[in-house]
Ligand binder design. Structure first.
Ligand code: DGY
Length: 424
């Protein structure tokens, strides 16, 4: 059990306050809707106090699944004037209005945890039975629509899809995306200091891409052929692979052998292809810019996530563990989202350096998989130091531990609760 370094009741109150009845907003104001990977992670927090409510998080999210299996990264359950870009900009209004991209597919991993830890077995069995076909359709969507050439490596079309929106890894490919030619008013800067958020040049291109999907009628083939941004993202590839492993386990346990076999084939293709992303020089895997035909030379927390999925061989895992040991030494709190030796490291700007609890959680799971339990424990406690220092913020300055972004943040509270209640 992780040593309690925070106020459990305060964490629970954040979940209760951010609960909108069936789904949890990441935080009030800044993110007033349901975000996919936030919601998947927040379910782990709910599991500590209300098992039914934990499963409900998934049920509500999967109600917004598209007919082709895609699970959008945002479901706009209502109106809000505090967030931009809203459903009118995305233009995806069939069913529950949504965005038109996905997010790191961590759902099967957290739902396996819910299934295995839920004390109400009837609830767990019924909930899983209803969700399993939807999860399978979601994974099928990734492997077909995002890898139509069956290379084994799915692609991503937007920095927001990575969940690591403003990472310096995306700077070069994003700079090649045209800027939009219409004006707009950002809402995020009304909630958070501009020093902690992306700049206008990035937003202009984020919005170009949003417009691009709409102009192409959300047609997967056309977008695959023509999208001006196409990345092999080590974070998405790893989270998908780990989640497929968890989903395959759930399918086998419930007699869904065809789906289990299909997932097995997809996972074998990924395991066979991922070595092309390895960089011995950088001691990690690197993201890859498909359109430029070159690796993106930036060491970020996404580039060591293959540990989570067991995609590294033993030598690669040892190299990444050594890298992460040095990396922890290089800043004062947690594992910084960009390696502090990078010239583009900014310890408090969104994804360019700050510490995220859920990423440290995923990486600790990965290290444990390779028997690096001591380093995993170091990662967890140094991430929890952020919470002890500042409370439950969206992210934390890697040098001072000061809270950044949104306050009273659901996934930060959820991971802290999960560590306290469930993991060694
Ligand atoms: C935002 O608006 O910053 C979100 O992260 C996009 O998902």
């Amino acid at each position: 059990m992780t040593e309690q370094t925070f106020d459990r009741e305060a964490a629970l109150n954040i979940l209760r306050r951010n609960d909108r009845g069936g789904y949890t907003v990441p935080t009030h104001g800044l993110y007033p809707f349901q975000w996919s990977w936030d919601s998947a992670i927040t379910a782990l927090g709910w599991l500590q106090i209300d098992e039914q409510r934990a499963w409900q998080e998934a049920e509500t999210m999967f109600r917004g699944q598209w007919d082709n299996g895609m699970l959008p990264h945002i479901l706009f359950h209502g109106d809000s004037t505090t967030y931009f870009p809203g459903p009118d900009v995305w233009g995806a209004t069939d069913g529950i209005p949504s965005s038109a991209i996905s997010q790191p597919p961590v759902w099967a991993t957290t739902l396996r945890m819910l299934y295995e830890r839920c004390s109400d077995r009837a609830l767990a069995e019924d909930s899983l039975r209803a969700l399993l076909p939807k999860l399978v359709a979601y994974h099928d969507w990734w492997y077909t629509e995002r890898d139509p050439d069956r290379t084994g490596l799915v692609c991503s079309y937007h920095p927001w899809e990575s969940g690591m929106d403003n990472s310096p890894a995306w700077d070069a490919p994003l700079a090649r995306v045209p800027e939009i030619d219409w004006s707009y008013q950002r809402r995020d800067l009304g909630h958070v200091d501009s020093e902690q958020r992306p700049k206008k040049a990035e937003y202009d291109r984020y919005l170009y891409l949003v417009d691009f999907y709409k102009r192409h009628g959300f047609d997967s083939d056309a977008i695959y052929r023509e999208c001006p941004y196409r990345i092999l993202d080590t974070g998405i590839i790893s989270i998908l692979h780990r989640a497929s492993e968890d989903l395959q386990h759930l399918c086998s346990a419930t007699g869904e052998s065809d789906a289990a076999a299909r997932l097995g084939d997809c996972m074998s293709r990924t395991a066979g292809a991922v070595s092309r992303l390895w960089s011995a020089e950088r001691r990690c895997f690197l993201n890859y810019d498909v359109l430029a035909g070159e690796p993106l030379d930036e060491v970020t927390t996404g580039t060591v996530l293959p540990l989570l999925a067991g995609l590294a061989d033993d030598d690669q895992a040892a190299a990444m563990a050594a890298l992460m040991g040095d990396w922890l030494d290089a800043s004062s709190f947690g594992l910084a989202s960009t390696h502090p030796s990078s010239p583009r490291y900014e310890p408090q700007r969104y994804w360019r350096g700050p510490v995220w609890l859920h990423i440290n959680w995923l990486l600790a799971l990965g290290l444990e998989r390779y028997s690096a339990a001591d380093l995993a424990q170091r990662l967890r406690s140094s991430a929890l130091d952020c919470v002890r220092t500042s409370g439950f913020w969206e992210y934390f300055d890697a040098e001072t531990g000061a809270g950044c972004g949104g306050d009273s943040f659901s996934w930060t509270a959820a991971i802290a609760l999960h560590w306290l209640g469930a993991e060694p």
